[in-house]
Design a binder for this molecule. Structure first.
Ligand SMILES: Nc1ncnc2c1ncn2[C@@H]1O[C@H](COP(=O)(O)OP(=O)(O)OP(=O)(O)O)[C@@H](O)[C@H]1O
Length: 646
């Protein structure tokens, strides 16, 4: 005899093996089936309610047809086994019954097809809405959110896979589950109506299977979240590497990348195999239970037929109902599995959809007049959210007077680009304030702010599309830039390109302004990308312009003509120039030298070079020494921006 404690021990070890703790709440990362989450998931179906009601109607009819089959088959068998003296009448009834059944089957098939179509359409629409709102939620997040971890690939997976999982869990799966539920209820009722004793034998298996299903469902929810997480990590690895193919090739890192990706997908496989193991145990047990029912019903039913308590037809109908109930119970368990997978994926999506960005996209003071452009950094301290223990700026104070060109210089990593990022309000300072015309940036509407501040970043990015689309990027749809609509005139485009020294090369492109630039502008040179980015910024006609190493990829001649072309334009605005080549900032109104997270020196080029031991003088001296090597060819591995691995 098996002791009563034995199954408990094996169940506990089974649970442990799959990371389910019995009795106590699961680990903090575990997903529990909360009523509110289920409600939220179901809420997504609201816009599709009429489609789903239609599908439900079809479902009821098609299920009724299916459940009528065993009854009809039972009657047919009894007709076939009719005694000799009733044979002629039986033949007629058989004929009528078959015609009736053929008609009913046709209706059933049409309803089933209709159900599947409606459900699929509803599923696709829910997935579409979910994708769009997740993408919108992503776009609302502050810049720091995307840097917290290397996560663009992960986010792409959420957009593609998690949304599809939730969409199908709510529609296809819900419909199949409902169908199974209806069939189980109807089948059980018919079993009881046909023979209550037989029904008792047949249904004795349901309670233990239901218990198993609860444990299994909990496990599937947890493992789905883990599988989706590790899949997202694998996608992240692949996306980053494939997007930087030149660097991978130049450094001969293909084999290393192959191994890295293999180990990432190995993790997915490990988790998926746990899931498969649980699935196999569950399905094997439910299948075995189903067959055990059929066997015991046949055995017990046979004796009932022998004692003439039920007919052969009734036993056949009962067996068919039992089989349908068994299949539908299997369907219900799949429904339960998929619902839990949907919940697992849903939890990850809610995290994104509910996240409030640290810096909102809009909201705040919207001044009626454009700013004069007076910028003040007042005792600004800053650490990056992803590196909270590495202070970059320490109580830095700096005034950028309106209409003046301020150059910001300093050693590599001294915080120059960080200063620009704070001015664009990509981040908020951890202490201190950045002011524009005396107003803290945090009080101003970020949309208003970015209308008047433009930046040409150190590594300007162009998107796949034409040169024209890139120049007008962000302007076409923005009603705030109405003065540039419709599509900044050709003349304006031409002028901006001319000022950015880009007109000549754009003219030489195969389709001029309509030439496609490739992914991230890969079909253009670094210098061409920089000049297009400058033209894009000029088109915006900003009051404050940030040029962060904006001309670093240009040859000395093009850079000089660009500077002389830009000269008059820069006079009208507040300009922050970040430059390594110190010779290019001679004409700046003032130069701020960053060192140790503060402004170490401030003055004109002449004033600063006049201080023999000053930080700026040392920078100039070091650069003069380095320029002695300029004529030597640089060993740049590729044209791609230098890429570091995560
Ligand atoms: N997104 C980020 N997350 C965390 N740390 C960052 C981030 N960006 C920059 N840093 C760190 O902040 C410091 C300042 O970087 P920043 O880009 O402002 O320097 P920089 O003076 O512009 O350098 P360079 O002249 O080399 O471009 C560096 O130590 C850098 O490692």
């Amino acid at each position: 005899m098996i002791s009563s404690s034995k199954p408990r021990i094996s169940l506990i070890s089974w649970c442990r093996r799959f990371g389910i703790k019995s009795g106590k709440p699961n680990s903090s990362k575990a997903v529990t089936l909360k009523k509110s989450e289920l409600q939220r998931l179901l809420h997504l179906t609201k816009p599709e309610k009429w489609t789903l009601v239609g599908a439900l109607g079809f479902l009821v009819v098609s299920s009724a047809v299916t459940m009528a089959v065993p009854f009809c088959v039972g009657r047919l068998i009894d007709i076939i086994y009719a005694p000799g003296n009733e044979r002629t009448e039986a033949k007629q009834r058989l004929h009528q019954m078959c015609i009736l059944m053929a008609g009913v089957f046709l209706v059933g098939a049409i309803c089933n097809g209709g159900r599947v179509y409606l459900i699929n359409m509803a599923g696709q629409r829910i997935t579409r809405t979910l994708r769009a709102s997740t993408y919108a939620a992503l776009l609302r997040q502050e810049v720091g959110f995307f840097e917290a971890r290397a996560r663009t690939g992960e986010l792409a997976t959420r957009l593609a896979a998690d949304t599809a999982l939730v969409g199908s869990a709510l529609t296809q799966n819900l419909s199949d589950g409902l169908r199974s539920g209806v069939m189980v209820c109807a089948g059980v009722s018919m079993m009881i109506a046909t023979s209550p004793q037989l029904a008792l034998v047949g249904l004795s298996i349901v309670p233990p299977v239901a218990g198993l299903a609860v444990i299994y469902g909990k496990f599937v929810r947890n493992i789905t979240k883990k599988v989706q997480d590790s899949l997202a990590q694998a996608t992240q690895v692949a996306e980053e590497r494939l997007g930087s193919m030149r660097t991978v090739r130049a450094l001969g890192a293909e084999a290393q990348e192959e191994r890295r990706f293999s180990s990432a997908v190995d993790k997915v496989l490990q988790l998926a195999s746990k899931e498969a193991m649980a699935k196999s145990i569950f399905f094997a047990m439910t299948g075995l239970s189903g067959n055990a029912i059929i066997l015991s019903v046949l055995y017990y039913g046979g004796s009932l037929v022998g004692s003439e308590e039920i007919t052969v037809g009734a036993l056949s109908a009962f067996l068919l109902y039992a089989a349908y109930v068994g299949i539908s119970l299997g369907g219900l368990s799949s429904f339960y599995t998929e619902l839990n997978r949907g919940l697992g994926a849903g939890t990850r999506l809610w995290e994104l959809l509910d996240r409030k960005p640290a810096i909102p996209l809009q909201g705040g003071v919207w001044p009626q007049v454009p700013p004069a452009g007076d910028v003040v950094f007042e005792k600004v301290s800053f650490v990056y959210p992803s590196r909270p223990f590495a202070p970059i700026l320490r109580e830095l104070s700096l005034h950028l007077p309106a209409g003046c060109v301020t150059a910001v210089v300093g050693g590599s990593g001294s915080g120059k680009s960080t200063l620009a990022a704070l001015l664009l309000r990509f981040y908020d300072p951890t202490a201190g304030t950045v002011l524009l015309d005396g107003q803290p940036l945090s009080a101003l509407d970020p949309k208003w702010l970015r209308k008047y501040i433009a930046a040409v970043q150190q590594e300007p990015v162009l998107f796949s599309g034409s040169v024209r689309e890139n120049l007008l990027y962000g302007m076409l749809q923005d009603p705030l830039l109405a003065d540039l609509k419709p599509e900044a005139s050709e003349e304006k485009l031409r002028k901006a390109l001319e000022q950015a020294q880009a007109l000549e090369f754009v003219k030489c492109l195969p389709d001029g302004l309509n030439t496609l630039v490739g992914e991230r502008g890969a079909q253009l040179s670094g210098g061409q990308r920089q000049r297009l980015a400058i033209a894009r910024a000029l088109l915006q006609e900003p009051r404050v312009l940030i040029l962060d190493e904006a001309t670093s990829a240009l040859d000395a001649h093009t850079e000089a003509s660009l500077q002389s072309g830009l000269g008059p334009l820069l006079k009208e605005r507040t300009v922050m120039v970040i430059a390594h080549r110190l010779s290019t900032i001679r004409s700046a109104d003032q130069i701020a030298v960053l060192d140790g997270g503060r402004v170490a020196e401030l003055g004109s080029y002449e004033e600063l070079t006049a201080r023999p031991n000053g930080v700026f003088s040392q920078l100039v001296a070091r650069q003069a020494f380095a320029s002695a090597f300029q004529s030597m060819p640089s060993p740049t591995p590729s044209q791609e921006q230098p890429v570091l691995t995560t």
